[in-house]
Design a protein around this ligand. Structure first.
Ligand SMILES: Cc1cc2nc3c(=O)[nH]c(=O)nc-3n(C[C@H](O)[C@H](O)[C@H](O)COP(=O)(O)O)c2cc1C
Length: 389
């Protein structure tokens, strides 16, 4: 039996062709700091460069085409201005010694005409339950339009084009977001995919579109520059899989010959058989993002103990979200046993600005530390946590 017991956070590791100085990955986190048109703002370069000591940064969900936009101020990668904006970010991270992938996310039914100017597209005309955040506040979700075969092909091509843009923008690779109830996950789950064509019905039908996207992206930029994020059994954004244990082994088997650099499992639990099944079936790098209490109480150790359990259970890398959000120097804090900054805000996301974003203190400030209290103005802009995944 394979044993992983000697793995530690501070070992060197690999993701595809990329050498990583440690096994700690900054999980993708939507922070809504891009300009209205999806161009990354300069403050995003500061934020990510502050966190460059992560073994790998996976930058936040980024939209591959206009209709795939989820929420306001989400970055994108389908126009030259987006590429130029991201280039500032990747340049700052590289200058600080870091490495970066970017997550490509099409929202599918998690979108709104007030955010994208367009009717959302989804596998089937099944609306998101509840409301969605827009610049004008929460609005009831609209009924999405079921994608035609032509729109499916065009969307696959948009992912591939966005991946090429990501490489042009200086990213080491892209992570295809097939988790948390967005478009690819909507194709996987039976309650959101009611199609009767080749993209629905059986497990083989429902995995077809996600596999086509990953294959197209891998052909565009090379499989060693592609990761895939999965959320088996996760019910975020109204997803209900009724065949998780059949779905994910089939998906992993279909992804394996494409040869992506890594799989990234969200809310991973070493107590679950499926986690071990995925580990056994996946010969490449496996990133695990531990299942921590959500949204609270956030553990004082930031997920360290849960991450160590996942390494011992076979994960190659551990992704942490909120711990990196609040601790730019998380790697050093783990290495030295220093206490962690608590998360200051309970909403996680802002509509903009440095408060709760670039102002978390480090152990050894190289420049004057900003105030650790968010301004009342920033507090007033908090967006509910349910919007962020
Ligand atoms: C503010 C915020 C934004 C998030 N945005 C994304 C995202 O863009 N893409 C994604 O796959 N997950 C997103 N997530 C989920 C995180 O990547 C991660 O899975 C989650 O926070 C659990 O990890 P943690 O317990 O270490 O925070 C977000 C989480 C937070 C807190």
């Amino acid at each position: 039996m394979t044993t992983y017991a000697d793995r530690g956070f501070f070992d060197r590791a690999q993701a595809g062709a990329l050498e990583l100085p440690n096994r700690l990955v900054m999980a993708p986190m939507t922070r809504n700091r891009a300009a209205e048109d999806g161009t990354p703002e300069p403050i995003m370069a500061t934020y990510y460069a502050q966190r460059a000591s992560a073994g790998l940064i996976i930058a936040e969900a980024t939209t591959p085409n206009a209709v795939g936009r989820t929420y306001p101020n989400i970055p994108a990668l389908h126009e030259p201005a987006h590429v130029a904006g991201w280039r500032r970010v990747t340049g700052a991270v590289a200058a600080a010694g870091g490495r970066m992938f970017v997550q490509l996310q099409h929202g599918g039914r998690v979108g709104h005409p007030d955010n994208s100017g367009l009717t959302p597209l989804a596998p089937s005309a099944v609306p998101l339950p509840g409301t969605i955040y827009t610049p004008g506040g929460h609005r009831p979700a609209v009924v999405p339009r079921a994608m035609t075969a032509g729109e499916i092909d065009a969307t696959v091509a948009d992912f591939a084009a966005a991946a090429r843009n990501a490489i042009e923008a200086g990213f080491a690779g892209v992570e295809v977001h097939a988790a948390n109830g967005y478009l690819l996950h909507q194709f996987l789950a039976g309650n959101t995919n009611r199609r009767t064509d080749a993209y629905g019905g059986s497990v083989a039908g429902r995995i077809r579109f996600p596999v086509e996207v990953v294959r197209a992206v891998a052909e565009a930029i090379g499989p060693e520059r592609v990761g895939v994020r999965l959320a088996p059994g996760v019910t975020v954004n109204g997803i209900a899989e009724d065949d998780t244990d059949a779905l994910y082994p089939a998906l992993v088997a279909a992804l394996r010959p494409i040869g992506p650099a890594y799989l990234h499992v969200v809310f991973a639990d070493p107590g679950q058989e499926l986690f071990h099944r995925i580990r056994a079936d996946w010969p490449g790098t496996l990133i695990a993002n531990p299942a921590l209490p959500w949204p609270s109480p956030f553990p004082a150790d930031g997920g360290r103990a849960a991450g160590e359990r996942l390494l011992a259970a076979g994960a190659d890398l551990v992704a942490l979200g909120r711990a990196f959000l609040a601790n730019p120097d998380l790697v050093e804090r783990f290495r030295t046993g220093a206490p962690l900054n608590p998360i200051r805000d309970t909403g996680w996301m802002y509509a903009g600005g440095p408060d709760g974003y670039t102002d978390y203190p480090t152990l050894h400030p190289s420049s004057p530390q900003p105030s650790s209290q968010p301004s009342a103005q920033a507090e007033g802009r908090l967006v509910p946590a349910a919007a962020a995944c």
